[in-house]
Design a protein around this ligand. Structure first.
Ligand code: FES
Length: 369
């Protein structure tokens, strides 16, 4: 029975379905759906994404097997005797590294960002949030292709075990059933959690990625890109460890696009004015040669470095889809300050008069660099 399951390429999909049912039941029992603020569009984009991902993995699996048998017939099942002790880690690490860079690219390149943006438009978490991406995002997502190649090569049990572990981590890191929150309360387990956090993505680690902005001192929407493991974030310098959970989740500026625009952009565009996925949307530079004199309250503020914010000189989230991030800075007390808006200061966020040496063209160039 177990051996039949481990050799059936569809077992992973049954497991995903079962996990959704179990976590869905736990979230329902916890009152999550009774108090939800999810709209009809949220539900549709989540379940639509689930259907699209299922179709995409089905096409990738049977497509790779068919094409592989045609072009590389001798490679079919050629690794079926590889030890599971080797095959599982190799599969999981390859899958997770590819996903790290795909996910990170979706935050740093405009074309991909628009397809990952539905994921961050969610203002509350839940297991189904993990399925919020556009259909093009799911068509090119490396995981389904890597799983198909490993299956073609005969490593079916390794892909099933790997998918089992990975999906468990991904679902728990999106779920409102935050298992780590209970463990953080037990002081004696703190060192154990330290080790777990350095290996696996925990709910706190991933919630920080969904937080609205760095200004809350917990979130880092431009970091914590890991899927199952935190090791890539640590290796590539994008990890922010926290044991707190942000209270504000989602996009800084959310025009509430329809489910169809979220899922089928660019074939369906948003009808919401100013939306990044609306027809004819173009980011415009708001950088200026002059610094801005503003009175700031005590507390944390976010300085826009990308030069696209409509709330210049402060960040409004327009940097998503670029490699530029805002800078969080602290004001100890209420003060009037000169904030740089040419984006060339060396004492950011404060003006150092560098703008006096610049011309308008070099100011506007900042966001193309
Ligand atoms: S809008 Fe966030 S850095 Fe410019």
């Amino acid at each position: 029975m177990l051996s039949d399951l481990l050799n059936n390429p569809n077992t992973g999909k049954y497991f995903v379905l079962l996990t959704i049912l179990i976590f869905g039941a736990m979230e329902t029992y916890g009152g999550h759906y009774k108090n939800t603020t999810r709209t009809k569009d949220d539900w549709l984009v989540e379940w639509g994404g689930f259907v699209v991902l299922s179709i995409s993995s089905f096409l990738a699996l049977y497509g790779v097997i068919a094409v592989g048998k045609l072009l590389l017939p001798t490679s079919f099942n050629s690794f079926s005797n590889l030890s599971l002790w080797l095959a599982v880690p190799v599969y999981m690490l390859a899958d997770d590294l590819a996903q790290y860079w795909y996910h990170r690219s979706a935050h740093e390149y405009d074309f991909l960002w628009k397809h990952h943006r539905p994921h961050h438009a969610a203002e509350e978490m839940g297991i189904m949030v993990s399925f919020r991406n556009s259909f093009l995002y799911y068509l090119f997502i490396p995981n389904v292709w890597i799983a198909a190649v490993f299956t073609f090569l005969g490593m079916i049990p390794a892909t099933i075990i790997g998918l089992f572990v990975k999906q468990l981590v991904v679902f728990t890191s999106h779920s409102t059933v935050r298992w780590d929150e209970y463990i953080y309360k037990i002081k004696a387990l703190s060192p154990v959690m330290w080790v777990i956090e350095r290996i696996f993505v925990t709910p706190a680690f991933h919630y920080a990625h969904h937080g609205k902005s760095k200004a809350d001192g917990i979130s880092d929407p431009n970091g914590n890109f890991g899927n199952a493991f935190t090791i890539w974030d640590q290796v590539f310098g994008t990890a922010t460890f926290t044991r707190q959970f942000p209270t504000e989740l989602g996009l800084q500026t959310n025009p509430k696009d329809s489910w169809s625009a979220h899922l089928f952009y660019p074939f369906i565009k948003s009808d919401k004015a100013g939306s990044e996925i609306a027809k004819g949307f173009k980011r415009a530079s708001t950088a200026t040669l002059e610094a801005m004199t503003v009175e700031l309250e005590a507390g944390t503020h976010l300085w826009c470095q990308c030069g696209f914010s409509k709330n210049a000189p402060f960040c409004d989230g327009a940097h998503h889809g670029t490699k530029i991030k805002p800078i969080a800075f602290e004001m100890k007390k209420k003060r009037t300050v000169k904030i740089c808006n040419c984006k060339h200061t060396k004492t950011g966020p404060f003006c150092d008069n560098t703008h006096l040496e610049l011309d308008a063209a070099s100011v506007l160039r900042i966001n193309q660099e």
